[in-house]
Design a protein around this ligand. Sequence first.
Ligand SMILES: Nc1nc2c(c(=O)[nH]1)N[C@H]1C(S)=C(S)[C@@H](COP(=O)(O)OP(=O)(O)OC[C@H]3O[C@@H](n4cnc5c(=O)[nH]c(N)nc54)[C@H](O)[C@@H]3O)O[C@H]1N2
Ligand SMILES: Nc1nc2c(c(=O)[nH]1)N[C@H]1C(S)=C(S)[C@@H](COP(=O)(O)OP(=O)(O)OC[C@H]3O[C@@H](n4cnc5c(=O)[nH]c(N)nc54)[C@H](O)[C@@H]3O)O[C@H]1N2
Ligand code: SF4
Ligand SMILES: [Mo]
Length: 700
Amino acid sequence: MTATATHCPYCALQCGMTLERVDDRIAITPRDFPTNRGGLCQKGWTSADLLSSPERLTTPLMRQTRAAPLLPVTWDEALDRVAADVRRLQAESGPDSIAVFGGGGLTNEKSYALGKFARVALRTSKIDYNGRFCMSSAAAAGNKAFGVDRGLPFPVTDIGTAHAILLVGSNVAETMPPFVQHLADAQRSGGALIVADPRRTPTAQSAAVHLQLTPGTDLALALGLLHLAMTDGYVDKEYIADRTTGFDDVWRRAVTWWPERVERVTGVPVEQMREAVRLLGSAERAMILTARGAEQQSKGTDTVSGFINLALALGLPGRPGSGYGCLTGQGNGQGGREHGQKADQLPGYRKIDDPAAREHVAGVWGIDASELPGAGVSAYELLDSLGTVDGPRALLVFGSNVVVSAPNARRVDERLAALDLLVVADLVLSETAARADVVLPVAQWAEEDGTMTNLEGRVLRRNKAFEPPPGVRTDLEVLSGLADRFGCGEKFPADPAAVFAELRRASAGGIADYAGVTWERAASTGGVFWPCPDESHPGTPRLFRESFPTPDGRARFVEVEHRPVAEDIDQDYPLYLTTGRVLAHYQSGAQTRRVRALVDASPEPFVEAHPELALRYGLHEGDAVRVTSRRGTAEGVLRVTETIRTDTLFMPFHWSGAGRANSVTSDALDPTSKMPEFKICAVRLEAVPAEAVQHDVAVS
Ligand SMILES: Nc1nc2c(c(=O)[nH]1)N[C@H]1C(S)=C(S)[C@@H](COP(=O)(O)OP(=O)(O)OC[C@H]3O[C@@H](n4cnc5c(=O)[nH]c(N)nc54)[C@H](O)[C@@H]3O)O[C@H]1N2
Ligand SMILES: Nc1nc2c(c(=O)[nH]1)N[C@H]1C(S)=C(S)[C@@H](COP(=O)(O)OP(=O)(O)OC[C@H]3O[C@@H](n4cnc5c(=O)[nH]c(N)nc54)[C@H](O)[C@@H]3O)O[C@H]1N2
Ligand code: SF4
Ligand SMILES: [Mo]
């Protein structure tokens, strides 16, 4: 058998690799692709393990009542049951009684088909996806400032040419290890890295300046850095005059954020801020990049606006080797937010309440625009409303494990239990699938064709290398089979090539225009950057060179003001808890907790605390501890480390059961993006007797 060139199934870096069956195993070889240049992280190296894992689902499962066990059934039995229940619930409670939840790991073809399925086959407005938990704040801020949301408006390789880089709330050394090569390129040629993070992460350790701020104070930091940029003479007045609007209003706010005030709020010494501004302001090429640390806040949108304001004041966006960018997280986090699985969107990054957009998309879908539902509600609001008086009575989940990854997870447990019908399409029996009434086993990344759009806005080709095991169907086949039962099967082809051809037409003329992208081009050129309006168009690796896609062609400064976190510390809950990731596990862990090498590398949930804090609480490395908030508790093993602030605990969110960090996190939402405040809540810490700790290590 020949080797197949494809990409890693996990994160948005979409590292290149080849797959080949050698005897009875699958060999992975890293491939030289611009994002990874032959590198892979441990998750990428072991990503094929799950293809042949005994933990894969290979038959549909169904339960007759909530108390009954999940038992194997045929595909017809499973799909007939879903269709019959959906019809009954919609007859009783209307089209919006059915909700759909998608994921940023789905290919463009699947995201598109899922959004269309909700609106055309189910006629429901109730669809949203896990990208809401991921980069929606950066997306909202990008749209406000630039009129477009493309995570990086330049290729990742430009980062290596920058002379100064500010990374806000990103731990790429663990979340995208091969990306560090680009930072190292910049550092080798004298470029300075500045990292803002409450923890001295492996990423922060290699930085020239580490701004170890109090969680949730990034917006004050951004205002303070802008203040210093102005007073220390680094603001690019010509750029502001030629290419932007709104600076004066923004400056009126920033002028009150003098350095000592910012130090008091953020805990970052004035001298460090001044040094950061000097490095950024004096560099000919400079970049400001944000990730989840800054974005997963109840003011995440304003926080990102604060950093975009700083980038604009320094004259960075659109200049070579310079600019603002968001490091998108999931494999298809970018494409997943462009083609219609978001509550307020239609394909091509169109708005569902825009009459012209509705006309265009309805035309492609062969329906009347009046038949298209309007905007639905955001991911957490959707989960929060399940099974309530006016809420959805059924939920169909494709590509997310909300039981582990949604905030305030005990509330989500409750809402899922109140449903009449939960349907989950997954590769494995995830914690969410385990609660479903119907489980649909689907094919994996290496078993189907399609495209992904990586963190650069590069549409790349994912190639099928192997046949799925018998009994398993692709997500597109599942949607097609269900659509058949709703009498519109002809609108839902199971062939991904046909779906992509339709997606190109649906996106044509939109912001994220894929009309000129073909599978062949994407494969032979190493990916095509959108917008790409026709087949002779080269694609757009760099945005904003000449102008911004706003009505007047100028970028907009957005007036923002700092505000406290939704839940501050007090006497009862005296510590901040922040959450995030470790290298070996991916997201809810549904996949990586089933890979032996990754479980060995990172076997159990843990809580990081500073030695001074541990001393104060009489706790030691390895102790079993419990973290408690107003919403719930999570347990883990204590890791004592000087790399964290003394007022802050850190827990990864990759585990379920007693170690589920999201039992504790807050469901405070950003008012614009509806992003939950995963990064900050108030907690207390205590010891638990070691024998009482229930680890949820491998699910096997
Ligand atoms: N190994 C691994 N890699 C992944 C993933 C994974 O699950 N595992 N997931 C992928 C996905 S979907 C995503 S979204 C990305 C996420 O990639 P990152 O954003 O790099 O990951 P996180 O660990 O969530 O958060 C980054 C950092 O934010 C810091 N932080 C916490 N609170 C604050 C704060 O208030 N302000 C600031 N400035 N920083 C704060 C944390 O200490 C942490 O080091 O990773 C992708 N890559
Ligand atoms: N406390 C805390 N919580 C967080 C975060 C945090 O930093 N802190 N980060 C948030 C972020 S950024 C994200 S992106 C979310 C992610 O959280 P989730 O949405 O739960 O992400 P995954 O664990 O990747 O879940 C994907 C599920 O889909 C399955 N799957 C994979 N590929 C396919 C496919 O092609 N088709 C189908 N049908 N299923 C598939 C996998 O087996 C898995 O069960 O978590 C959020 N939750
Ligand atoms: S960095 Fe991301 S894309 Fe690359 S190998 Fe690791 S998980 Fe896969
Ligand atoms: Mo994410």
